[in-house]
Design a protein around this ligand. Structure first.
Ligand code: PLP
Ligand code: COI
Length: 342
């Protein structure tokens, strides 16, 4: 099915475009209401709302795709529901029930079907579930009332140029603390990364690679994506750490590497000093999909990945084609990965 919206799908960047409907549910007196779709994109809050004073908020990100045979699908929304529940527990927020999360995703996509980009344009409908403390607090404590919302916005590639390799630097800042909140999708983690990303862009880098905050010797992740490396003997490696976000894309890619491509895939600690020995590197996430890295700069020392600055590496390309093939219905998905919406 083609969409009737007059949008230049192929040239969309990763930005916000208002769509028709969003889902809203309120938590009060210890329970969630039924929730509803609304056309109102604005939120009115008390000046002392928990989210405004103490950043009590977390979010998720997932996408809806138009498939080769004309369906609209979502990729593993149950895992976003589960991860959001983990984020809520860590932030002393009430969990939004996981099945109701998936139902709400379905409602938002169905209500905004015309905004799901046509198959083949490279664009997708990005879904942003989020929750925040909405009543007034002034002593440092959790809010008692919360709002859970999901909006949708059509997006193109997160990094301009899409499949073109990017340059990243090793950051001097940390995005998470040992035993902190690096493993959940708290808004505060992203606030922590804003100064570092603005500075990285000023210096001509696309992103920051953060090191483990305890020893600063191991690779963690970037501000908005996990990382994969490919060794010279074609093993796919991803950093193991309890201070990074457990990326759903990364978990899916590791499965694809092993079960679709017959490669060895390993989650293990990755030392900064072994990065120079890898053949390929890429950032992975819902927004980033699989963005190839051509160069890593460690305080003036340039590490050029052998795959170069023009093309995705060979294994990265295979992983990318297989994952996006599964998401867009060209390749059969493992059981439970694809939720058909329409
Ligand atoms: N790491 C960070 C810090 C992120 O913001 C994201 C994006 O969600 C990811 C990793 C990738 O996670 P996922 O693949 O579940 O989107
Ligand atoms: C996502 O990939 O969904 C994220 O939340 C990352 C962010 C950079 C947009």
């Amino acid at each position: 099915m083609e969409t009737k919206m007059n949008i230049d799908w192929a040239n969309l960047g990763f930005g916000y475009l208002k769509t028709d409907y969003r889902f809203v549910s309120n938590y009060k007196d210890g329970r969630w209401d039924d929730g509803e779709l609304t056309t109102d994109a604005t939120i009115t809050l008390n000046e002392s709302a928990g989210v405004l004073q103490y950043a009590q908020t977390c979010f998720e990100g997932l996408k809806a795709y138009r498939t080769a045979d004309g369906h609209v699908v979502c990729f593993r929304p149950d895992l976003n529901a589960k991860r959001m529940a983990d984020s809520c527990r860590r932030l002393e927020m009430p969990v939004y029930p996981e099945e109701k999360f998936v139902e709400a995703i379905e409602k938002v996509v169905k209500a905004n079907l015309d905004y799901v980009p046509p198959y083949g344009t490279g664009a997708t409908l990005y879904l942003r579930p989020y929750m925040f403390g909405s009543n007034n607090v002034i002593g440092v404590k959790p809010a008692e009332e919360y709002q859970f919302r999901i909006f949708a916005t059509p997006v193109g590639p997160y990094f301009k140029g899409g499949a073109k390799p990017i340059t990243v630097r090793i950051s001097d800042f940390d995005r998470a603390a040992p035993h902190g909140t690096g493993h959940i999708k708290a808004g505060l983690n992203y606030a922590m990364s804003l100064h570092a990303i603005v500075d990285a862009h000023k210096q001509g880098f696309n992103e920051n690679i953060y090191l483990d905050p305890a020893t600063r010797t191991k690779i963690e992740e970037t501000g908005g994506a996990n990382i994969i490396f490919v060794t010279k003997d074609n093993k796919v490696i991803t950093p193991k750490s309890n201070t990074i976000l457990p990326s759903i894309t990364r978990r899916s890619l590791m499965y694809v590497a092993e079960h679709y491509l017959g490669l060895q895939a390993e989650e293990r600690e990755v030392r900064l000093d072994e990065v120079k020995d890898f053949k390929e590197c890429a950032l992975c996430g819902t927004a980033a999909v699989l963005s190839p890295v051509g160069k890593i700069v460690d305080h003036g020392k340039e590490i050029l990945l052998p795959s170069g600055m023009n093309e995705m590496g060979e294994i990265t390309r295979k992983l990318y084609d297989t994952l996006t093939g599964i998401q867009m219905g060209r390749i059969e998905a493992p059981d439970g990965w694809i939720k058909v919406i329409s």
